[in-house]
Design a protein around this ligand. Structure first.
Ligand code: 6PG
Length: 472
C-alpha cells in the first residue's frame, strides 16, 4: 500500500459497488470507499477488502481526503434522487477539475442536467453505463462512458483495465458527449428486455405447446447456446430451468410467480423511441408484457371464462424446435436492429456522434446482451458506419430473411395454439412492414383528411392536398 492518494474514490457499497471495488483493486487501482451507512463500509473492509489497496472513509471529508488531486469519484448508488444526494454531499469538498462518474442506470436527461450543473462549477461529469450485473462488475463489465472527452481520457486506463476483454480488447469505448453513455446503456437494457421476452415466449411454446418439462427445455437452450444463438441470456436459461427448489424438490421455475418486475430502463427506451419516432416494437412489446404480467388477478379470472384452443402442438415436434431456434435468431436480430436504429436517430438528435460499430464492439463481452450475433452486427457497421437499419446490411439482412419462413411457421403455430408470442409476432410484422414499399398508411392519411382536413400528399404530384370527401 503506497502513501500517495488513491487513484479513485467509490461511493456506494451495494453489490455492484463492492464488486467493482474488488475488480479495480485487483487491477492495481488504489480505491477509497465511502458508504452512507458506515457499518456497511466497516463490514466490507473487514470481510472483503483483504490486503488490497482499499482505504475507507467513514465521513465524506475523510473519504475525499484519501483522494489524489484532481480527484475522480465513481458513484454506485440507485438511479434517481440518491445520485443527487451523493453529489450534494460531495460538492462542498470538491474543487475545480475534479471528476464525478455516475456508474448507475441513470435516466439520460438526469445525466444531462447534472453534467451541465457541474460543468458550471468547473467540475467534470461522466455518465458511465455499466452492464454485466454483479459478476460483470467483479470480473469485467461492458462499460459505456459518455461526457467530456477530457473526463474519459483521465480515467481511460482504469476503465480499460477493469472492463471485460474480447480477444484482448477491452469492452469500453468513448461514446460521445453529454449523456451518450447512459443513453447507450438505456438502449442496451431495452434490447435486453426484448431478448428476454423472446426467450420467455420460446420457453412457453416449448413448455406448453410441446408439453416438455423444464429439464427438456433446458436441453434445447443448451443446444441453442452451442450454435448461432450463443449468448449470455440463452446460456443462463439452461441452468435456470434445471434448478430444483431445495424445499420441495420441484423445478424452481415452476414455483416462481409469473409477474415480471422492472426498474424502468426498458420503458424509458420505448418512451424515447416514441419521442424520436423510431419504431422499436420488440422493445415496446417486452415492456407491455411485463406490465400485462402484473395483472395477475385479472388473468386468473379471465382464464376461467375466456376460451382458446388447446395448446397441443400437432405437427413435427423436432422440426418445430429447429424452426423456433431459427425464428428466435431472427427475432433477436430484429430487436438489435430496432435498438441500434434508435441509437442512430438519437445520435443525430442529441449530437452524440455515436459510432455504432463501437457500440456493437463493446457489447460483445461483459454485458447482459452479449451474443455471437454481435460479431455480424459489428461487421455490418464497420462496413457501413451510416447503415440506417441492420435489415439493410447485405449479410445480416440476408441471414434474417433466410429465417423468415421459420419465424412465420412459429408465429402461425403460436396463433393456432393460443400461446401468446407477441414479441415473435411483432418481429415478423416489423420485418414485413419494413420490406413493404407501400403500406396502408395512405388510408390513414385519407381518413385524417376526411374527418379533420389534415391534408395529404400524393404519389404523383408534389405539395399538400385536401379533398372535400362529403357533399354536406
Ligand atoms: C445490466 C442490467 C442491469 C439490471 C437491469 C435490470 O446491464 O447489467 O441491465 O442494469 O439488471 O437494470 O432491469 P430491470 O429491473 O428493469 O429488469
Amino acid at each position: 500500500m503506497s502513501n500517495k492518494g488513491c487513484d479513485l474514490g467509490l461511493v456506494g457499497l451495494g453489490a455492484m459497488g463492492r464488486n467493482l471495488v474488488l475488480n479495480l483493486a485487483d487491477h492495481g487501482v488504489a480505491v477509497a470507499v465511502y458508504n452512507r451507512t458506515p457499518a456497511r463500509t466497516r463490514e466490507f473492509m473487514d470481510r472483503e477488502a483483504g490486503d488490497r489497496d482499499i482505504r475507507a472513509g467513514y465521513t465524506p471529508a475523510e473519504f475525499v481526503g484519501h483522494l489524489q488531486q484532481p480527484r475522480a469519484v465513481i458513484i454506485m448508488v440507485a438511479a434517481g434522487e440518491p445520485v443527487d444526494a451523493v453529489i450534494d454531499e460531495l460538492l462542498p469538498l470538491l474543487t475545480s477539475r475534479d471528476l464525478l462518474i455516475d456508474g448507475g442506470n441513470s435516466y439520460f436527461k438526469d445525466t444531462d442536467r447534472r453534467g451541465r450543473a457541474l460543468a458550471a462549477k468547473g467540475l467534470l461529469y461522466l455518465g458511465l453505463g455499466i452492464s454485466g450485473g454483479e459478476q460483470g462488475a467483479r470480473h469485467g463489465p461492458s462499460l459505456m462512458p459518455g461526457g467530456p472527452r477530457e473526463a474519459y481520457d483521465r480515467v481511460r486506463p482504469i476503465l480499460d483495465a477493469v472492463a471485460a476483454k474480447v480477444q484482448g480488447e477491452p469492452c469500453v469505448a468513448y461514446l460521445g458527449g453529454g449523456a451518450a453513455g447512459h443513453y447507450v446503456k438505456m438502449v442496451h437494457n431495452g434490447i435486453e428486455y426484448a431478448v428476454m421476452e423472446l426467450l420467455a415466449e420460446s420457453y412457453d411454446l416449448l413448455r406448453r405447446g410441446l408439453g416438455l418439462n423444464p429439464g427438456e427445455v433446458a436441453g434445447i437452450f443448451e443446444e441453442w447456446n452451442r450454435g448461432e444463438l450463443a449468448s449470455y441470456l440463452v446460456e443462463i436459461t439452461g441452468p435456470i430451468l434445471r434448478r430444483l427448489d431445495e424445499k420441495t424438490g420441484e423445478p424452481l421455475i415452476d414455483l416462481i410467480l409469473d409477474q415480471a418486475r422492472q426498474k424502468g430502463t426498458g420503458k424509458w427506451t420505448s418512451q424515447e423511441a416514441m419521442d424520436l419516432q423510431v419504431p422499436t416494437p420488440c422493445i415496446d412489446t417486452a415492456v407491455m408484457m411485463r406490465d400485462l404480467s402484473g395483472f395477475k388477478a385479472e388473468r386468473d379470472a379471465a382464464s376461467g371464462v375466456l376460451e382458446g384452443p388447446a395448446p397441443v402442438f400437432p405437427g413435427d415436434r423436432q422440426a418445430f424446435v429447429g424452426q423456433l431456434g431459427r425464428g428466435l435468431y431472427a427475432g433477436m436480430a430484429l430487436a438489435f436492429a430496432q435498438g441500434l436504429a434508435l441509437l442512430r436517430q438519437a445520435s443525430q438528435a442529441y449530437d452524440y456522434g455515436l459510432e455504432l460499430a463501437e457500440v456493437a464492439r463493446i457489447w460483445r463481452g461483459g454485458c447482459i446482451i452479449r451474443a455471437a450475433l454481435l460479431e455480424d452486427i459489428w461487421a455490418a457497421f464497420r462496413a457501413d458506419p451510416e447503415l440506417p437499419n441492420l435489415l439493410l446490411a447485405p449479410h445480416l439482412g440476408w441471414e434474417v430473411m433466410a429465417r423468415m419462413p421459420d419465424l412465420r411457421a412459429v408465429v402461425r403455430a403460436a396463433g393456432d395454439l393460443g400461446i401468446p408470442a407477441p414479441g415473435l409476432m411483432v418481429s415478423l410484422a416489423y420485418y414485413d412492414a419494413f420490406r413493404s414499399a407501400r403500406l396502408p398508411s395512405n388510408l390513414i392519411q385519407a381518413q385524417r383528411d376526411y374527418f379533420g382536413a389534415h391534408g395529404f400528399e400524393r404519389t404523383d404530384l408534389p405539395g399538400a392536398f385536401h379533398t372535400k370527401w362529403t357533399n354536406d
